[in-house]
Write a protein that binds this ligand. Structure first.
Ligand SMILES: [Zn+2]
Length: 264
């Protein structure tokens, strides 16, 4: 029986100070029966190859699956001068993430800068395609996951992430249900999620639901979308319905008594 694995982005709050770092967080996650862990390389990628090897070995030994949250400062719609820096952050996350044994690299795709999303995708998709090609040429098979973003002004609507996934092999969305909800103030019911997941299945194939990567948390939002994340109990997100719906559509079982994915 395949089950979901749950985990946090960054260290669980109760992680002891020693051994600390990613290794300590991975071991602590496993002790809490959380077998997914997302390394929060959200400011920059500053890790040595030796540390990556240690992370990989620790996670494999503890049975914890790893993903990377790449730096926030990535923008597929950056201008010509900024783009190489953005690109390097994404590629570093993918390169070192792969060395650390991560299978999925999550990133925030950027901003529209007020432009038409259709036009922005014409710039963003070839850039991302080129990144994936370079990774594959180097033998790196990680899945690159643009995250669904919580503000209407950001590149990263559900449609944007689906479009990138349809056009680039090796790209799949990271579905952030809180962001999806906050983006338009909708999407907070079983029926809406059900429609969404069925649409994903139709556009990206049943396999994409078998390998879903989800971010889930409470969220505060306004007219322009996301304000900040909240604990579930302080927020209105009907997360239990999300679980039920995802389980039904993907054919997976939900494990009881474990924590849910948090958000960076
Ligand atoms: Zn994120």
């Amino acid at each position: 029986m395949t089950t979901f694995t749950f985990g946090t982005v960054g260290s669980p709050i109760s992680t002891p100070k020693k051994p600390g770092g990613s290794v300590g967080s991975i071991l602590h996650s496993a002790s809490l029966k959380m077998f997914a862990y997302e390394l929060a390389w959200v400011q920059s990628v500053r890790v040595t190859e030796a540390t990556c090897a240690l992370i990989k070995e620790t996670a494999a030994g503890a049975g914890v699956g790893l993903s990377i949250h790449a730096p926030y400062f990535i923008n597929l719609n950056a201008d010509a001068e900024e783009w190489p820096k953005s690109r390097k952050r994404l590629m570093d996350a993918a390169h070192y993430g792969n060395l650390a044994g991560a299978t999925d690299i999550i990133f925030h795709p950027g901003s529209y800068f007020g432009r038409d999303p259709v036009e922005v995708l014409k710039v963003a998709i070839p850039r991302l395609k080129n990144c994936v090609k370079e990774l594959r040429d180097a033998g790196n098979t990680v899945t690159i996951r643009p995250e669904v973003m919580g503000k209407g002004a950001m590149l990263g609507s559900l449609d944007d992430t689906i479009e990138m996934s349809m056009q680039i092999e090796g790209v799949q969305p990271c579905i952030d249900f809180a962001h999806l909800h906050a983006r338009e103030g909708k999407m907070n019911s079983y029926d809406e999620w059900d429609t969404t997941l069925k649409m994903l299945k139709k556009k990206l194939g049943a396999d994409s639901l078998k390998k879903l990567h989800i971010h889930l948390s409470g969220i505060e939002y306004g007219e322009k979308g996301e304000k900040h994340h909240l604990e579930f109990k302080k927020a209105d997100l009907k997360y239990k319905d999300v679980d039920e719906d995802v389980a039904k559509n993907s054919g997976w079982q939900i494990a009881d008594g474990v924590s849910r994915i948090a958000i960076a």
